[in-house]
Design a protein around this ligand. Structure first.
Ligand SMILES: *Cc1c(COP(=O)(O)O)cnc(C)c1O
Length: 450
């Protein structure tokens, strides 16, 4: 652990701020479009507003909507705006959570608890999810004791619906599809999954954490986006992150159910607590009011016209990037991604080496496996960086081709991972390496894995 002692006395404000600026100096440069994930930046005007709103609600706590009536109102109005966007009717009910992971945790917990009540013969609940489902789904199933069965992807990287049906058993409680899925940005066949769910009396969660606040606008602009929301009968819940393409402050996501009857299985109550009648809608206790208020403010301030404008820009940037990547013979866009989320693989060169060469040039790109590819999420911050990125990409491809055997750090890391067939061993190593990194610092490495 860093050897930082508890401060004896306070230091001046200027010193606090200066230290923090020094700490930030080596962070990913998201403001200038150098990062391709993690930060959704729509410019100074929107940021200034959401910051001001956050500050106004800095001290408020959504844990108690009786005390903070304003937050109750902001939460229900935000959920109502989202439900309207997702073609919900007056029955739709939900919660704001701290993010996509908590929304998914809660949906899984809701369906588990509902099944305990309505399908008591099930002792080991199961769910069938695409192999491309977000890792948060794995985490939720792990936390709540639901067994996941993974359906393979079809050639277009959308889940293979026939394979999903084959994996349904008498213990299945829900299905899941993503709109779009994170790794390759393609939309699972939601209508087909919904038909299956209805036929087998199952719930269907749509993970629109990424797409919730961009797909409706892409559709309106004429993009190739099939219905993925409550317009599809059989969709019983939707998660949509406000802190992604809605541009709210970090820490807020919407989880919506088709009706309040389903939602009640999400709630936790404890009436015998010496601390008072306890009711909590979701996983966290204290809920930062600033995040809730920033979500409301972003939707109100930007509005449908504003989101259409932002989306138009993101799509134009994405088009340039996709054309540029397609013009490089060694690279291949995976699937047919309709939004600003895409991945490319490579023939005859190692994409992990390519990632390291891009990193040398200041770009922060995410690396993926099964298949090996690099992952990009386009935001307004990327308007104007297309040419610089593509030039660096062409240069990086040439560099990797010139030294195909070079063992860069990522080639070593992913090579070691691939050499160990047992996922449990790899998972344990990831935990150990992360723990080492958090306590001792240095490089994240799989030293000793093979
Ligand atoms: C981001 C994301 C999540 C997880 O959301 P967090 O806000 O990071 O917890 C889940 N599913 C998808 C598709 C996502 O893109």
């Amino acid at each position: 652990m860093a050897n930082t002692k508890f401060p004896e006395r306070g230091i001046p404000k200027e010193e606090v701020l200066q230290s923090l600026d020094a700490y930030r100096a080596a962070d990913g440069d998201w403001q200038h479009g150098k990062t391709w994930s993690l930060v959704y930046y729509a410019g100074e005007e929107i940021t200034a507003l959401t910051e001001e709103v956050y500050r106004k609600f800095f001290h408020t706590n959504g844990l108690n909507p009786f005390v903070f009536q304003s937050l109750k109102r902001l939460e229900t109005e935000t959920l109502s705006m989202a439900a309207d966007l997702f073609h919900g009717d007056g029955q739709v009910a939900g919660s704001l959570t701290s993010g996509g992971s908590e929304s998914i945790l809660m949906a899984v917990k809701t369906y588990r608890d509902e099944a305990r009540l309505l399908k008591p013969h099930i002792t080991q609940p199961e769910a069938v999810v695409p192999a491309s489902a977000h890792a948060a789904v794995e985490k939720a199933a792990h936390y709540f004791g639901v067994k996941l069965l993974h359906a393979p992807l079809a050639a277009d990287l959308r889940v293979d619906v026939a394979a999903v049906e084959q994996l349904i058993t008498p213990n299945t409680i829900f299905l899941l599809g993503s709109a779009p899925q994170y790794p390759h940005g393609v939309i699972d066949p939601i209508a087909e999954l919904a038909a299956l769910a209805l036929q087998h009396d199952l719930r269907l969660h749509v993970d629109a954490c990424l797409g919730g606040f961009t797909l409706p606008f892409i559709k309106e602009l004429g993009g190739n986006v099939p219905d993925f929301d409550f317009a599809v009968e059989g969709v019983t819940s939707i998660s949509a992150d406000l802190h992604k393409y809605a541009f709210a402050a970090k820490g807020v996501s919407a989880l919506l159910y088709r009706n309040a009857e389903i939602r009640k299985h999400q709630y936790f109550a404890y009436g015998d607590w010496p601390g008072g009648l306890f009711i909590s809608p979701s996983a966290t206790g204290t809920r930062p009011g600033g995040a809730i208020a920033s979500a409301w403010a972003a939707l109100k301030f930007i509005g449908r016209e504003g989101y259409l404008e932002i989306t138009r820009g993101v799509l134009a940037t994405t088009k340039k990037l996709l054309e540029g990547v397609r013009a490089i013979p060694e690279l291949e866009i995976l699937g047919d991604p309709p939004a600003g989320i895409f991945a490319f693989g490579a023939t005859h060169l190692n994409v992990h080496a390519l990632a390291d060469h891009l990193e040398h040039r200041g770009w922060v790109v995410d690396q993926q496996v099964n298949p090996a590819c690099l992952h990009f999420m386009v935001t307004p911050a990327h308007a104007g960086v297309e040419d610089a990125f593509l030039a660096d990409l062409r240069a990086a491809v040439a560099e990797v081709k010139a030294a195909p055997e070079q063992l860069t750090p990522s080639v070593a890391l992913y090579g070691m991972r691939a050499a160990v067939p047992d996922p449990a061993v790899v998972n344990q190593f990831i935990k150990d390496a992360y723990s080492r990194f958090m306590t001792e610092g240095g490089e994240f490495s799989f030293e000793g894995l093979v």
